[in-house]
Write a protein that binds this ligand. Structure first.
Ligand SMILES: Nc1ncnc2c1ncn2[C@@H]1O[C@H](COP(=O)(O)OP(=O)(O)O)[C@@H](O)[C@H]1O
Ligand SMILES: CC(C)(COP(=O)(O)O)[C@@H](O)C(=O)NCCC(=O)O
Ligand SMILES: [K+]
Length: 259
């Protein structure tokens, strides 16, 4: 079985793929100090608790945080006796082209989203991922990653307001009924929620105009459903997009790599 690990700047998702479906998915906060042994104690406890008996033979990692990769490598080697495939490393083949400025190290999560989006929907796509940052990945007709947009994440924007302004509290994002807030919290929620709706709409519109062909928009990431509420920003929402992409890349490497 395959253990797919998607490391974001805030959270890390671990999923076990039995070749057909995901039999379990768990989430931990991303901490680069966590050791291989700590990963194992955590994962094996959850597996026991949920009575999951998985014989993990392969591990694939996508990490937006380079520092965590070392300990995840040791984890795979020590506990599953395997060398993990790490997206973005030269020995990890990708089923799509990457057409960006030379020397650009594209976030592996964006490459994985591109592969997953193309696998499920074909080309001419925008994948919007609401993570620590909000990323827009543009997928060409042939599935190539051809660039995109990086905007500050929703929670990051709220946190920045709170940290920079003495009188602004910490607030959680929600969809306000009205645009005109009548108290501080409502004003902040309105600014972030409606500001983000405008940002996503406006950027997708401009990407479409620049690309010059009809494109579908796929939303993913924890906060995407909130923004989809009544706003129809995306043609589809897929919570498991990144982790699905990891299984596609793993399969492609199995089939195409000389062993
Ligand atoms: N279902 C959710 N509801 C509210 N906030 C969420 C949800 N899922 C994730 N978040 C928040 O969204 C932000 C991005 O999380 P995540 O998508 O895990 O980012 P990353 O992939 O960059 O680690 C974090 O601040 C996280 O706490
Ligand atoms: C833009 C990102 C920080 C998003 O990361 P995330 O929000 O998933 O943690 C990540 O994709 C990254 O570090 N990218 C490198 C630069 C680039 O993609 O061009
Ligand atoms: K992400």
């Amino acid at each position: 079985m395959l253990l797919a690990i998607d490391v974001g700047n805030t959270n890390t998702v671990f999923s076990i793929w039995d070749g057909d479906r995901f039999i379990a998915t768990w989430r931990a906060s991303t901490e680069h100090q966590r050791t291989a042994d700590q990963y194992y104690v955590w994962l094996s406890t959850l597996m026991k608790f949920q009575k999951i008996e998985a014989d993990i033979s392969d591990v694939i990692v996508s990490s937006t945080v380079p520092r965590v990769v070392f300990n995840l490598r040791v984890f795979a080697d020590r506990y599953f006796n395997t060398r993990p495939l790490v997206v973005g490393r030269p020995d990890c083949l990708l089923p799509v082209d990457v057409r960006v400025d030379q020397g650009t190290a594209v976030g592996p999560d964006r490459l994985v989203n591109t592969v997953a989006g193309f696998d499920r929907h074909g080309g001419d796509l925008v994948v919007v991922d609401f993570g620590t940052a909000t990323t827009f990945d543009v997928v060409d007709a042939d599935g190539a990653y051809i660039g995109g947009v990086i905007a500050p994440g929703v929670n990051l924007s709220l946190q920045a307001l709170h940290e920079a302004a003495a009188a602004l509290p910490h607030v959680d994002v929600t969809k306000p009924d009205r645009v005109i807030g009548t108290n501080t919290v409502a004003c902040m929620q309105s600014g972030v929620f409606w500001g983000y709706v405008g940002l996503v709409r406006g950027i997708c519109e401009r990407i479409r105009a620049e690309h010059g062909r009809p494109m579908r928009v796929i939303g993913t990431g924890g906060l995407a459903p909130l923004f989809q509420q009544g706003e129809a920003l995306f043609d589809a929402f897929e919570a498991d997009l990144t982790i699905h992409g990891l299984t596609v890349i793993h399969k492609y490497n199995k089939e195409n790599k000389p062993s």
